[in-house]
Design a protein. Structure first.
Length: 150
């Protein structure tokens, strides 16, 4: 069993590391019944953290910033985007809801854009393509003895 929490899980399932991708709930009050989340590309997240560190270097005190796309993508939309971007099929199993899962969660990015001058640039499809490329080149992760890494 595997729960959908990112494109990493989708890529591992597409690569055969898991029998299926488990999606918890298809009866939420969302357009397709699955949870909606703000999926951000790792490159955008890193750039956002760098922008925040630069800000901290020039400003005293503490600030909170939301780093995300400001757009929600449902679990089913993420699976479809991954399949389209990479031409692979992801077996999916729908299970019951998990207690406490919010139907929709995505962030407001206005403050990060205004104060940090940062905004996510990559799309969900970009993230799906990049994750699949990485997974394909590193089927066992970075700790792959066949590549001579520790």
């Amino acid at each position: 069993m595997n729960k959908l929490n990112s494109t990493i899980t989708a890529a591992q399932t597409a690569a055969g590391k898991h029998e299926y991708l488990e999606i918890f709930g298809d009866d939420y009050p969302t357009p397709d019944g699955s949870c909606v989340r703000d999926y951000i590309h790792i490159t955008d997240l890193v750039k956002g953290h760098i922008a925040a560190m630069k800000y901290c270097g020039n400003n005293a005190g503490a600030e909170a910033f939301n780093l995300g796309t400001g757009r929600g993508t449902s679990n089913f939309e993420l699976v479809a985007a991954f399949e389209r971007a990479n031409g692979v099929k992801i077996p999916v199993k729908v299970s019951g809801r998990r207690p406490g899962d919010a139907p929709v969660t995505y962030c407001s990015t206005e403050k990060a854009e205004r104060v940090l001058g940062w905004k996510a640039e990559k799309t969900v499809a970009d993230g799906c393509r990049d994750m699949w490329r990485w997974q394909s080149k590193n089927p066992n992760g970075y700790n792959n003895p066949s590549k001579g890494k520790p």
